[in-house]
Design a protein around this ligand. Structure first.
Ligand SMILES: [Zn+2]
Length: 208
């Protein structure tokens, strides 16, 4: 999960925000912060020690926040989490998720914002569980989809990369992206692992 402060994907401590203290105004507009704040171990250390200048500096250097926004948003988060004990995200997962994770399945929404791609995943490599998290139920979601890689040589992200690269390159009419992804998924799941890997964009940071 993404850490609210530093933006790294190692966030694991969830602080539920006080719903009455999540609203603030910035540049003359009203905003409402999300339902929770998620921190990584490092940021939690700073947060719990009230090291707000260090927290603001981290927040300002992540993403596209400037330092004015960072100071304001950190003060909003500080007030909305007063007295809140963080919970580990594992303890907040719906029943069954941890067991499927142990079997190699990953929640689709931790892999992509387009959770509908689970519909195109091979049936034997996907599982669904009833959704229990209030923030997702409010969005009308009733199921959690989890997927695993059909090939031991690949991870689910390899399939998604190939799928989205093919779908992005396909001609389409507006609003038809999901159709393009469905077509791309059908093609990708029929490919050999080496072929799927060849779609993965070169990322110099991933090289040893
Ligand atoms: Zn962090």
């Amino acid at each position: 999960m993404q850490c609210t402060i530093c933006g790294e994907q190692s966030g694991q401590w969830v602080y539920e925000l006080d719903p009455d203290k999540r609203e603030f105004s910035m540049y003359g507009r009203g905003y409402t912060y999300g339902a929770d704040m998620v921190l990584c171990d490092d940021c939690r250390g700073l947060w719990d020690l009230d090291e707000d200048s260090a927290v603001i500096a981290r927040f300002a250097s992540s993403d596209d926040h400037d330092s004015d926004q960072a100071e304001l948003i950190v003060s909003v988060l500080r007030s909305a989490t007063a007295g809140v004990q963080p919970q580990h995200y594992i303890d907040l997962l719906p029943p069954g998720v941890a067991e499927l994770q142990a079997q190699g399945f990953t929640m689709i929404d931790s892999l992509t914002g387009l959770a509908d791609v689970a519909d195109f995943w091979p049936i034997e490599h996907r599982r669904s569980l009833p959704e229990t998290r209030p923030e997702w139920l409010e969005d009308g979601r009733t199921e959690i989809w989890m997927v695993r890689s059909p090939s031991p040589e690949l991870v689910p992200g390899d399939y998604l990369n190939a799928m989205f690269l093919i779908a992005d390159a396909a001609p389409r009419s507006p609003g038809n992206y999901l159709r393009s992804v469905a077509d791309a998924a059908e093609a990708v799941f029929a490919m050999a692992p080496e072929k799927i890997k060849s779609f993965v964009p070169e990322n110099p940071e991933d090289s040893p």
